[in-house]
Design a protein around this ligand. Structure first.
Ligand SMILES: [Zn+2]
Length: 237
């Protein structure tokens, strides 16, 4: 999704969210952050890491795809200070999952998280937000928990899209695998994932995307002004 490279095909096996050395190398060589930086764009990874500085992240033993990517462009990283100053989001939106460790950071409604993300998006050319509580809920096989996560996410999205549509910001929404849609299974699913977009470039980006490896090239094309704006979905094939 973030490199445009088909990693399982290149590496010869299924790739997990915490990449091994081969996939790490692919991400470190090139990714959407590096490409946008090369174009002089201002980028932010809006998920806060509860660290004082990006350097602290280097010492983490397990790094997710997005952490490996963000470390290639450390200025994109949001820290604990950014979270408490509402310049970043907690990955769960409401900050509920960190209450045991950080009782001083207040819980916020998902609509406020949307407001924060909108503010960050307005100040940057490209903003990434990663939400994975839907995956965590899917693994739990707890139906009520899944419903609660989806309700929170829905409130967040409704508010976010209201803000971004008014401001003319393009939003792209996708996932790298399913899970929560099959609560009778503990693991990830092989179902196709949705690709949803809103805003001025939404249709043109959507037309360019047929699989995960198309996401990065489509977003870069939007920045390069090389998307075909007149192309209508469905008429192409
Ligand atoms: Zn998972």
């Amino acid at each position: 999704m973030f490199t445009g490279v088909n990693c399982p095909k290149t590496v010869g096996k299924h790739c997990e969210g915490f990449p091994g050395p081969m996939v790490r190398k692919i991400i470190e060589e090139n990714n959407i952050f590096i490409e946008l930086k090369r174009r002089g764009k201002k980028i932010k990874f809006a998920d806060a890491y509860l660290v004082d500085s990006p350097e602290e992240l280097e010492f983490r033993r397990f790094k997710s795809v997005t952490t490996v990517m963000a470390l290639t462009t450390p200025e994109t990283i949001s820290t604990a200070d950014d979270l408490t100053g509402d310049r970043a989001l907690m990955q769960d939106l409401t900050r509920e999952t960190i209450q045991d460790r950080y009782p001083d950071i207040p819980v916020i409604p998902p609509q406020h998280a949307a407001e924060h993300l909108f503010r960050i998006a307005r100040e940057n050319d490209f903003t990434l937000f990663e939400f994975f509580q839907s995956d965590v809920a899917g693994h739990s096989m707890d139906y009520n928990r899944a419903c609660a996560v989806l309700r929170t996410y829905d409130r967040f999205l409704a508010a976010l899209i209201r803000f971004t549509e008014a401001a003319g910001i393009t939003v792209v929404l996708t996932a790298d695998h399913g899970n929560i849609e099959a609560m009778n299974e503990r693991g990830h699913t092989r179902n196709p994932v949705p690709f949803v977009s809103f805003g001025p470039q939404a249709a043109a980006i959507r037309n360019r995307v047929e699989s995960l490896v198309d996401v990065t090239p489509a977003v870069l094309a939007a920045f390069d002004g090389t998307l075909d704006l007149n192309e209508k979905k469905g008429l192409k094939k």
